[in-house]
Each structure stands twice: as structure tokens, then as C-alpha cells.
Design a protein around this ligand. Structure first.
Ligand code: ZN
Ligand code: ZN
Length: 171
């Protein structure tokens, strides 16, 4: 979470006035700690200010992104083309995304710093920005998937009505 004053200062430096609506959006991104997409941000912000419209949401996100205050993530495109937003935190972290349910975990820790140093040394490269995303299945979804695969492997117990109607539709 970015200290609120530094966010305000950064915006002021860029000559951006923090209107009430922008403040609502920034707070949602910064304080919830969630990785919300534009539609969800719009929905949640609208509860606080019914006059808010979509255009303002998209414009504000663009402004915050260009100002380097907010990061735009695709989270492995687990659910299509949406983008997700979070404020630039001081400490780098990796996003661990469940490709089935979309749960996002944040991994902080030394291995990431180590990887960064190794890449810099190996290529003589100066890293300004690093984004690490890991996709897979969370513990919960692993269980559900195992169950689904087990069920799919069972021989069918006679034709059900549903299977019948599917067959008819295919013809
Ligand atoms: Zn999951
Ligand atoms: Zn994050």
C-alpha cells in the first residue's frame, strides 16, 4: 500500500486534481488489496457515487497508469482480455493465479530479489520493472479437478435425458 500522502503528492506534481470520484477509485485500488478489473471497480465505485460513469473509470485508470501510480496486470488472461489494477507497492511480488477460479495470491520474498540480481548480472542489464506471474491450480481447484476427471472417466450409466437432448441438437 502506498502512503496516501505520496500518492497525493505524485498526482499534484503532475497537475492532476484528485476529484472525489478519482479518490474513490484510487482508494478501491489501493485499500482493498484486491486485483480488480475495470468493470468491478466501476460497480464498487458506483455504490459510493451513483453519478459515476464508465468513461470516468476508464479515463482515471489510464491517467493513474500513465502516471506510474497503478500497475495494469493481465493475470495470465485467466478469464479473457480483462486487465486488473493495483497500486505500485514498494516491494516487488509475484502473482500466483489460479486458472480455474481466478484466485490471486501474492508472493513476496527474497527469491524474487535474487532472480532480479542474477538477471542483472548475467546480462549486464538494468532492470526497471519486473512482473512475475505464475499460473496453475489452487489447492481447492486441484481437488475439484480430480473429482471432475474421475467423473469423466466413469462409464455412463445408460443414456440420460440430458445426453439425449444434446445428441438430438447435434444432428
Ligand atoms: Zn482455484
Ligand atoms: Zn499484487
Amino acid at each position: 500500500m502506498i502512503a496516501h500522502n505520496s500518492l497525493h503528492d505524485a498526482l499534484k506534481e503532475r497537475g492532476v486534481r484528485l476529484t472525489r470520484q478519482r479518490q474513490i477509485l484510487l482508494d478501491l485500488i489501493d485499500k482493498t488489496g484486491l486485483h480488480l478489473d475495470a468493470e468491478n471497480l466501476y460497480r464498487l465505485a458506483k455504490q459510493q457515487d451513483p453519478k459515476l460513469n464508465r468513461v470516468t473509470v476508464y479515463r482515471t485508470l489510464k491517467m493513474l497508469k500513465e502516471g506510474g501510480l497503478v500497475d495494469e496486470l493481465d493475470l495470465m488472461h485467466w478469464n479473457g482480455e480483462q486487465h486488473y489494477y493495483e497500486t505500485r507497492t514498494k516491494q516487488e511480488h509475484a502473482h500466483v493465479v489460479c486458472l480455474r477460479c481466478g484466485k490471486v495470491e501474492e508472493f513476496f520474498g527474497e527469491p524474487l530479489q535474487k532472480l532480479r540480481r542474477q538477471i542483472e548480472e548475467h546480462f549486464g542489464f538494468q532492470i526497471l520493472l519486473a512482473r512475475t506471474e505464475v499460473g496453475g491450480y489452487c489447492a481447492h481447484c486441484q481437488v475439484l479437478r480430480a473429482r471432475e476427471m474421475h467423473a469423466a472417466a466413469q462409464p455412463p450409466k445408460g443414456p440420460s435425458k440430458k445426453a439425449d437432448s444434446n445428441r438430438r441438437r447435434r444432428k
